[in-house]
Design a protein around this ligand. Structure first.
Ligand SMILES: Nc1ncnc2c1ncn2[C@@H]1O[C@H](COP(=O)(O)OP(=O)(O)OP(=O)(O)O)[C@@H](O)[C@H]1O
Ligand SMILES: [Mg+2]
Length: 268
């Protein structure tokens, strides 16, 4: 594994440890550049064996994360272990008490696993999200949106004309409906988590995704996601009522109509 840029002290300890094994598996040879230091993760652009670009989202160590309160989001979720399977069916955790540290570490691993699995679930259902490739306890590899000069800008940072804005807004609502058809709510949807590239957009950042059928506050998360998008599009003269969209979607979801709709689409 080679780095094409200078590393900070933290990175020179952390990256070989977590990216090294994935490089050994053959996913990439070179880490080209750092894209962004986010609140909980650092994102890098890597080069795969066929020169394709791969995004590596490397979670920070617990101490360095600006922690979201996981509990708000994780209600109804299984706690997942390193192999992506429920920890309760894991020999190492079954039939014994685990320490507080082990429990915390398991929560972090589960957080990353849920992001990967949600992304895979909605990607397979046809959602516009980066293609998930590989995962370990601290890293998610997926297809990179952008080029060698840098990552695609976020929707927040681009200007769109009212005509295009109306179209993009509707397409994003379709993504929200598609997530919901898979029993998921993004949970942190905003113009900051939508990348715009070559007249197309991609939704990113799924660790906090809500299990719609199991979370008692599911509707408020759906409403919040839709409300944030409506608010953003208002400055481009798109006048949509979050109440109407959220209630209509929820109604169809409860009746099982979203699932039917996307099952039909997936078959055609
Ligand atoms: N697949 C990708 N292709 C290109 N860039 C990406 C990709 N995934 C993430 N990024 C870039 O990395 C940034 C952070 O990613 P993400 O939102 O998943 O992490 P985060 O830790 O939640 O960050 P933030 O604190 O900014 O929300 C994104 O805003 C985007 O610029
Ligand atoms: Mg983000």
């Amino acid at each position: 594994m080679r780095f094409a840029f200078g590393l900070s002290r933290f990175e020179s300890e952390w990256l070989p440890k977590w990216l090294g094994p994935l490089a050994k598996e053959g996913w990439f040879q070179t880490v080209l550049f750092r894209v962004k230091m986010g609140k909980e993760a650092l994102v890098y652009c890597c080069e795969g064996p066929g020169q394709e670009l791969i995004a590596a989202k490397v979670y920070k160590s617990r101490k360095k994360r600006a922690m979201r309160y996981y509990g708000d989001y994780t209600i109804g979720r299984e706690l997942l272990a390193s192999d992506g399977m429920p920890a309760r069916s894991d020999r190492r955790y079954r039939n014994r008490r685990i320490s507080k540290e082990e429990g915390q570490r398991l929560e972090e691993i589960s957080w990353v696993q849920h992001e990967f699995q949600t992304q895979r679930l909605v990607y397979d259902a046809g959602a516009r999200v980066p293609r998930p490739l590989a995962v370990n306890d601290n890293v998610i590899l997926s297809s990179f949106v952008g080029d060698r000069r840098g990552a695609a800008p976020t929707l927040q940072s681009v200007t769109v004309t009212p005509l295009v804005a109306g179209e993009v807004f509707i397409q994003l609502m379709e993504q929200v409906a598609l997530f919901l058809s898979q029993d998921r709510i993004h949970g942190d949807l905003s113009a900051y988590n939508v990348l715009v590239w070559e007249e197309d957009f991609t939704v990113i950042d799924f660790p906090q995704a809500i299990l719609a059928s199991k979370h008692p506050e599911a509707f408020s998360f759906l409403y919040r996601d839709i409300e944030r998008l409506c608010q953003y599009f208002r400055k481009f003269e798109v006048d949509a009522s979050p109440q109407m969209f959220a209630e209509e979607m929820w109604k169809r979801y409860r009746r099982g109509e979203l699932r039917d709709l996307y099952d039909t689409l997936a078959r055609t």
